[in-house]
Design a protein around this ligand. Structure first.
Ligand code: GDP
Length: 425
């Protein structure tokens, strides 16, 4: 059986904590998309870790952690993450990197950086980690699969043909130094030495695990709004952030995917550019940002301050629908305890009409939030483990959101730590 943990919004919903929770009961944890451009924050018995590419099962000796074929594998960043675990006293986890996973190349990072420079003010807010050029190359069939590292003459030929294309761009569009296929080849041989112990046939491993009745977890990065098809394109990422893509990027059979947990925060946050209808500004935003998350709303990978706002029921209803959510985990309800009143965005006003369906990007630009105001609870609920003991106003807030989004909220998280969790229903 496969369960997916995915984001209903713009990412940073607290998926890391929820995945960590479910990872305990899973035999296999699979990363199926994205790369080192975003991260989960996990606070466990070993301490606090920001995981970017490593699956969240790495803290449990009984799980096999799979870097799926849909991932953009940044080898130096991957090795750095492993080292951080080792330094933190975490025993060496069991990891399989799919032989079909593609490598994020040094020139992807360069290209991303040069392109952001070229676009200057019109940039899309890339983290400059090479993700967009990586996926462009993958679909243009210029990518390098991990298995290519073990076929040297084929690899050299591919590098020569990639460099011929890239060097036209680097010379004439970006006016930057040219790439040398031989230097890249040598670098890749270094990658091979580092990742060899982990490379394997992830697809067969996962399919066999399913046959043997094991539990697998698909771990999503970012959220619905960052999906290139259903998100706020072009202010999206370049890989699919949807549970359905787990069947491709994680190599699981679509029919094995039985449970989809969409994670959403009790307020909204987003990084990067693009319209964010319920965004707050000024002092109100500053206060929520500083109280949010475990140490303020700042990017786990980039340290960038996150944009924050009220809970957006329009975006979340859509986000859950697109994910095919079977249940919802609502995180960080403790953060709202300081507020006298809490607003929820229940509609968008577009051209004088109130709509409840999330619009396409050009219309999003015109949308004004329509709010319903609910009373706050004004007492500290951080760390509560019994849902029944939450103040009535907090439970009413959860009921209201559940009714708005139309998917059962089964988990309400009351703090960043593993045990700070309540179960509902
Ligand atoms: P992810 O990418 O979805 O895993 O989200 P991140 O880990 O980047 O961001 C979520 C932030 O919220 C992190 O700082 C978490 O430690 C924190 N967090 C998760 N759940 C809760 C919660 O219930 N309460 C509070 N206060 N913080 C939480």
């Amino acid at each position: 059986m496969v369960k997916a943990i995915v984001g209903a919004n713009w990412g940073d919903e607290g998926k890391g904590k929820i995945t960590d929770l479910f990872a305990e009961q899973s035999d296999v944890v699979i990363r199926f998309q994205g790369g080192a451009n975003a991260g989960h924050t996990i606070i466990c018995d070993y301490g606090k870790f920001a995981l970017h590419q490593l699956p969240s099962g790495v803290f449990y000796p009984h799980t096999t952690n799979i870097v799926g074929n849909g991932v953009a594998l940044n080898v130096p960043a991957f090795m750095k993450e492993l080292k951080q675990l080792e330094d933190g006293g975490v025993p060496m986890p069991h990891i399989i990197i799919s032989e079909r996973t593609q490598l994020l190349m040094p020139y992807h990072v360069l290209q991303d950086t040069y392109e952001e420079e070229r676009l200057a003010g019109k940039a899309f807010g890339s983290t400059k980690s090479g993700i967009a050029p990586f996926y462009s190359d993958k679909y243009a069939k210029y990518g390098i699969q991990v298995c290519d590292l073990f076929h040297e003459s084929l690899l050299m030929d591919r590098l020569k043909s990639v460099c011929a294309i890239k060097n036209v761009l680097f010379e004439h569009l970006y006016h930057k130094p040219l790439l040398d296929p031989k230097a890249l080849f040598d670098e890749l041989m270094g990658y091979r030495a580092q990742i060899s112990p982990f490379v394997g046939d992830a697809l067969s491993f996962v399919r066999k695990a399913m046959k043997d009745g094991k539990q697998a977890l698909l771990e999503g990065q970012l959220g619905t709004m960052k999906d290139p098809d259903f998100g706020i394109y072009p202010f999206t990422t370049s890989s699919h952030t949807l549970a359905g893509f787990g069947a491709i990027g994680g190599g699981v059979a679509p029919t094995d995917l039985k449970s989809i947990v969409a994670v959403t925060k009790s307020y909204s946050s987003a990084v990067g550019a693009g319209d964010f209808v319920s965004e707050l500004f000024g002092d109100e935003a500053e206060e929520l940002r500083n109280r949010g998350g475990d140490a303020g709303e700042y990017g786990a990978t980039t340290g960038r301050p996150r944009r924050v706002g009220w809970f957006d029921a329009v975006a979340t209803r859509y986000g859950c629908m697109v994910q095919g959510a079977t249940e919802v985990a609502l995180t960080a309800i403790d953060v709202l305890s300081y507020l006298d009143e809490i607003k929820v965005c229940t509609g968008y006003e577009i051209g004088g009409k109130v709509v409840r369906d999330f619009p396409v990007t050009p219309l999003l630009d015109q949308a004004k939030p329509v709010y319903t105001t609910l009373p706050g609870w004004k007492c500290d609920i951080r760390g509560e483990t019994d849902y029944a003991k939450l103040p009535q106003a907090a439970k009413d807030y959860v009921d209201f959101i559940e009714k708005e989004i139309g998917v059962p909220i089964t988990i309400v998280s009351t703090g960043p730590k593993r045990h700070e969790i309540t179960y509902r229903h």
